[in-house]
Design a binder for this molecule. Structure first.
Ligand code: UDP
Ligand code: MG
Length: 327
């Protein structure tokens, strides 16, 4: 029998998990025994009763696995841990715990992979119901910028909600970076992707975990993780500044020759000095951003730390893949 492993990142989801589990059971039963299915919940340092809910589910259902982090490491780390565990399954799925990613779509995703030969079936949001105009505007600008200046093309409406073949997940796990931007990674690895339109649903319970600051950080990580174009801005500004200085000198010289009685334009010189300082600071700031990333990667710290789990399956960790870090 084929195996299907569904990865569910959870952060403070105690209210929604029982509902999620019931819906999942219903969907799994429609797969009519074609797949041995496992649900892998990754508890990303929740401060509510998420872990105890997961433990209760695991007691009554042995196909429920949980991996519980020692603190909140973020959704990216949770997805990574889940995929590292799930990679030996034939098909691996990822979906949110809050039921915004409708489990009903999973059988359709599997059908596209099994019957039409796609490697990935992923959800694309068909509308933006429930999202503020401000968030939509920020998100639009972010995707315009990243698609313009990087080599990858990320669809603004693409979601993490997807089912993938094992080969795709192996490719994703072969990317060793610690600051992970999955939307970029999913696009970067390529493969044959079937996009399925999916209506944005309201969260079933609980609240969103994204703050404006968190979203900004996510956007910066995405851009700096997938392009080094901003580093080249310094060359552009330097060239612009050099031209400006040259023009300024020529103008000052010409004025000196034609009107020797006029004083040199002091305010203009001041402006030029300030401008130069701004350019230099901007370039140093950009270098600093990249340097910070190099520093983080070089430190090679684990992306997450597992405090507790029932997901022990040594056979699932192949030698060429990073092992799940345990304490
Ligand atoms: N999540 C997580 N770690 C975090 C934040 C979120 O594992 O630090 C999980 C969360 O439990 C949910 C999914 O990631 O299953 C999406 O989070 P959320 O619903 O808050 O995001 P939104 O749907 O508002 O973009
Ligand atoms: Mg959500």
């Amino acid at each position: 029998m084929k195996t299907l492993c569904l990865v569910v990142p959870c952060f403070n989801e105690q209210d929604v998990l029982p509902m999620f589990y019931d819906e999942m059971l219903r969907v799994i039963s429609t797969l009519s025994g074609a797949y041995a299915t496992e649900l892998v919940f990754v508890n990303d340092g929740s401060r509510d009763g998420t872990l105890s809910v997961l433990k209760q589910l695991a007691v009554k259902d042995p196909s429920v696995k949980y991996i519980s982090f020692s603190r909140n490491f973020g959704k990216e780390a949770a997805m990574l841990a889940g995929m590292q565990y799930a990679v030996k399954a034939d098909l691996i799925g990822i979906l949110d715990a809050d039921l915004q990613h409708s489990p009903d779509l999973i059988p359709e995703m599997i059908r596209y992979i099994e019957e039409e030969g796609y490697d990935v079936a992923a959800a694309k949001r068909s509308d933006r119901e429930g999202e503020s105009r401000f968030k939509s505007m920020l998100s639009d600008s972010f995707y315009r910028v990243i698609n313009r200046i990087s080599d990858i093309e990320i669809s603004e409406s693409a979601q993490d909600f997807r089912v993938m073949r094992q080969s795709v997940v192996k490719a994703i796990l072969s990317m060793p970076e610690h600051i992970r931007f999955s939307k970029g990674i999913f696009t970067w690895v390529g493969f044959n992707v079937k996009w399925i339109e999916h209506k944005n649903r309201e969260r079933a319970a609980g609240a969103t975990k994204w703050s404006l600051k968190g979203l900004m950080r996510y956007a910066v990580d995405g851009i700096l993780g997938f392009t080094s174009t901003p580093l080249r801005f310094s060359f552009f500004f330097a060239a612009l500044f050099a031209c400006g200085t040259l023009g300024d000198l020529i103008w000052a010289l010409a004025r000196r020759l034609t009107h020797p009685e006029l004083p040199m334009a002091v305010p203009m010189i001041c402006a030029a000095v300030f401008f130069a300082a701004c350019v230099i600071l901007l370039c140093i700031g950009l270098l600093g951003e990249y340097l910070a990333r190099v520093y983080t990667e070089v430190k090679d710290r684990p992306t997450y730390i597992i405090a507790e789990t029932n997901a022990h399956r040594p056979a699932f960790v192949s030698p060429e893949l990073p092992e799940i870090d345990k304490i």
